[in-house]
Design a protein around this ligand. Sequence first.
Ligand SMILES: [Zn+2]
Length: 273
Amino acid sequence: MSVSATLTVVLATLSSVITAYVAHLISLPHFHLLGGIPVGSVLIGTAAATGVAMAVRLTSNYDVAGFRMFAQLGGVTAYMGAMLLDYVAGEMRGHRAVAVPDALTVLNYVRVLVEQGAASITAQLPESIKFPPGVAVWLGVVRLFIEVLGTVVATGWAISYLTGVPFCWRNRRFYELKDVVESSNVGAVREWEMAINQRRPIEARALLARVRTGKVAPYERSWVRIAIHQCPICLAARVRIEKRRRAAFGRVRTSPADELQFDAVKGSALLAT
Ligand SMILES: [Zn+2]
């Protein structure tokens, strides 16, 4: 496993475990839907994602799909872990009999999650409203779904925020990572930058294709990386160009070379593929 993969696994596991434990201590999983927002699970997802965000930063990487998936997995695991700790603690307080193995069968555990969800929703309603058991179970399933979704969305936001992804205020969303290209064709990168600055979109596109073909070979000492983040709606974008070079012990040093901001018009003209 590479250094960055190892670091990611270690930090993500740490932040998930710590988050699950702290969330259990302060009863975070019980902050269910406040005004339609699953506050508890959103906070859990945010906290659990910090490990992966740290790994992204420490290895000077970007929020590529692998990191995002890993963070989301960590967030959901932390949420499930906190709920499990709550359940086990509750059981042990209730009747000393050790009910732990019972909770560990997946089916039982999901049943508990659903029942807790149903109970928390009915608890917020006036007492005159009583649901038949079938409806209550359904409500529990819906709540579980919303909370898991909340955790996943929160990890996504946390990763974007903590790794410095730009935010589009007009469309209220983070930019998406459109491309990370490592290229040994430094000359083509320079020409590409020039074509962009002089607003020659057709040449810029052709040059970017040339940049892409400059695969970095293991013997190469230095090369260039381009990272393109773009708003999926208005197509405004940020382009980072970085110098990378091999250092001792197989490490790669990254240093910023240039950063370009594109408004919606320029972004859609120059970065359309
Ligand atoms: Zn936008």
